[in-house]
Each structure stands twice: as structure tokens, then as C-alpha cells.
Design a protein around this ligand. Structure first.
Ligand SMILES: NC(=O)c1ccc[n+]([C@@H]2O[C@H](COP(=O)([O-])OP(=O)(O)OC[C@H]3O[C@@H](n4cnc5c(N)ncnc54)[C@H](OP(=O)(O)O)[C@@H]3O)[C@@H](O)[C@H]2O)c1
Length: 316
């Protein structure tokens, strides 16, 4: 069919994520209403706007742009054609596609879009998984409230703040005080869960069991010293899981008060980061870093103080 006009709407997300989603909604709603009359392209620039480029077929956008080779973008925030086709599988996205995604800041480092969109595709689930760069999680959820946005993962730094945004919180997530998985029920209500603690703890248990993987009678963590650096969402999940498995838990955190509060809630001990300098490791102990130090791209970073006796203990 001959298309007489294509209207292009571009906008910059200069105002953080409060105005960005409103802006996206306007574009998407506009596209929905007008798409049968006027072909439209609605795109938001920069990293925050990546979802508008990926979800264009879902909301009726006429086309989206991508760059053939990373580093040669003609506008800020353009994905590569390879990412659109292979990571987000844009050819599978249609009006019925459900949208899942990771809420975080930063979020661009995450491998989840690749992993989960691939999992949806290989199991025949009509869904896509995208990154949401979010400043304020309550504002974000109040705008991204349609059933199209079927569920979320949540990471740094929102795992604790998002608990209050859920209509219902699973009892374990409530005890931990952090939510990393949110499901939108058919009635629109959000239900929060914590899957970090099972994921992290079972991975550590499997590694410790090694070739004795079938010996699942007792946890290898039982009675062990388990030192957790960090007292945020991930630290809380690990502390809860380690306590459940009978480990002796010690929390060390930059903000000592948070270490103390978490240690009290799991019946453990608290340390400041500086105190780790004189900490004497114990045979078979586990040391887990749950801080943001060591995240991509600064993967050699460590929260351990220089000269600590823990230097020889591998960080989990
Ligand atoms: N692989 C996974 O499945 C998985 C799952 C969950 C989380 N994570 C990772 O875990 C990390 C933390 O996530 P989160 O959700 O727990 O974040 P969070 O709730 O924001 O907690 C961040 C923690 O890092 C500490 N921290 C931040 N900057 C620091 C610095 N400059 N020096 C020392 N400590 C510092 C904070 O200490 P204060 O209390 O002093 O601020 C706090 O304990 C992230 O890298 C996240 O990607 C991975």
C-alpha cells in the first residue's frame, strides 16, 4: 500500500524516568489510535529510550532504527541490528507479545534480556525481556501499569524500595525485606517474590558439593562461617538463605548501621568494612561480595580493605 505520510516523533529523555514513561505512553497511545490512518515512528533517545526502539512493533510504530556496527550510531541510544534481531528477537514481537523486563540503575550490563528472550523463544512463549533504566521505582510502576507489562525483575538499587510498591509480598520476601521478582496478576495487582536467596545459596551449595552433587541430605553450609559484604537487597537475601542453612553469619557493610540491623535480624554479627582488615579467616569459610563494587565494567574492584587477611579467600 502506498503510504502518503510518515510522521516521526523523537524526544529526548531529559527529565529522568518520571517524564520518560509518560512521554512513551503518549507516543504509544498516539500510535495505537493513529496507526491505521497515519504511519508513525515514535522513538525516545539515549539509554532510557531503548525500550521505545525495541517495542515499536508491539505498539504499532511504522519502523525502528538500528546501527549495523556498534560505535557508528547516528543517534544516541540506537541498538545494533544484531541486538535487535538476536537479543530482543524483534521479528517475534507483535501486538500480543507480553513484556517482561529488568528494573535497575545501572541496567545496561545485564545479560538477562539475552538469556530470557532466548528462553521465551525456545519454549514458544510470546514474550520479550527488556532493560528499564529507572530512577524512581514507584513512579515507574505507576505509569507502566497496563497488562502488557506482565512482570518485572528488580536489581540494584531498587530491591528494597519495590517491596512497598507490591500489593502482595510473599512471606519469604517480606522476611528478607527485598523483592527481585514481580508478577502482575490478572486483576492488575503486583505480587513480589525473592528468588535471589534460593538462586545464590543453591549455586554456592552446588559448588561446595562438587562431584558429590547427589549428596543433598545436609547443606554444606551448615555450621560454616559465612561472611557477607553488603547489606542491600542482595546482601539481605544471602544473609537470610545462609541463616536458613545453619551457617554462622557475619555482615560487613560500608554503612555500619545497616550491617548491624541485618545481623540482628538473622542472629549474626556485624562489622564495618575497616574491621575486615584485621579479620582472621577460618578454614572452609565463605566470603560473598554483594556490594556494587566489582560490577561491570570495573570487575577487578573489591570492597575488601587493603592488607586484609581475607585476601586469600576467593570472593563468591
Ligand atoms: N547475579 C545475581 O543474580 C544478582 C542478584 C542480585 C544482585 N546482584 C548484584 O549485587 C549487587 C548489589 O545489588 P543490591 O540489589 O543488593 O544493591 P543495593 O540494595 O543498592 O545494595 C548495595 C550495597 O553495596 C554497598 N556499596 C555501594 N557502593 C559501595 C562502595 N563504594 N563501597 C562499599 N560498599 C558499597 C552498599 O553499602 P551501603 O549500605 O553503605 O550503601 C550496599 O550494601 C549488584 O552488583 C547486583 O547486580 C546480582
Amino acid at each position: 500500500m502506498f503510504l502518503p505520510f510518515i510522521y516521526s516523533l523523537y524526544t529526548y529523555s531529559l527529565f529522568g524516568d518520571f517524564l520518560l514513561p509518560i512521554c512513551l505512553e503518549l507516543l504509544f497511545c498516539g500510535l495505537k489510535k493513529l496507526k491505521h490512518q497515519i504511519p508513525m515512528i515514535g522513538l525516545v533517545m539515549r539509554e532510557r529510550g531503548l525500550i521505545s526502539r525495541i517495542l515499536c512493533p508491539k505498539f504499532g510504530g511504522y519502523l525502528t532504527f538500528a546501527v549495523l556496527e556498534g560505535g557508528k550510531e547516528s543517534a544516541s541510544g540506537q541498538p545494533t541490528t544484531s541486538d535487535l534481531l538476536n537479543v530482543y528477537k524483534i521479528r517475534r514481537i507483535g501486538t500480543d507479545t507480553r513484556i517482561y523486563g529488568l528494573i535497575g540503575k545501572p541496567v545496561g550490563y545485564s545479560k538477562s534480556p539475552f538469556l530470557l528472550t532466548e528462553a521465551f523463544s525456545s519454549t514458544g512463549v510470546n514474550a520479550v525481556y527488556v532493560p528499564y533504566l529507572v530512577d524512581d521505582v514507584a513512579d515507574f510502576l505507576s505509569v507502566y501499569s497496563s497488562p502488557d507489562f506482565a512482570g518485572f525483575s528488580c536489581t540494584i538499587p531498587h530491591k528494597e524500595a519495590i517491596v512497598k510498591c507490591c500489593s502482595e509480598v510473599d512471606p519469604i520476601a517480606k522476611s528478607i525485606g527485598a523483592v527481585n521478582t514481580i508478577v502482575r496478576r490478572p486483576d492488575g495487582n503486583l505480587v513480589g517474590y525473592n528468588t535471589d536467596y534460593t538462586g545464590a545459596i543453591s549455586a554456592i551449595e552446588d559448588a561446595m558439593r562438587g562431584s558429590h552433587a547427589n549428596d543433598s541430605s545436609a547443606s554444606p553450609l551448615s555450621g560454616r562461617l559465612f561472611v557477607i559484604i553488603g547489606a542491600g537487597g542482595a546482601g539481605k537475601a544471602l544473609a537470610y538463605g545462609a541463616k536458613e542453612k545453619g551457617a554462622k553469619v557475619i555482615i560487613a557493610n560500608r554503612t555500619f548501621d545497616r550491617a548491624r540491623d541485618l545481623a540482628m535480624s538473622v542472629g549474626g554479627d556485624a562489622l564495618s568494612l575497616a574491621e575486615l582488615e584485621s579479620f582472621h579467616p577460618e578454614g572452609g569459610m565463605i566470603l560473598a561480595n554483594t556490594t556494587s563494587i566489582g560490577m561491570q565494567p570495573n570487575i577487578d574492584g573489591t570492597p575488601l580493605p587493603k592488607g586484609t587477611g581475607l585476601a586469600g579467600v576467593a570472593l563468591t
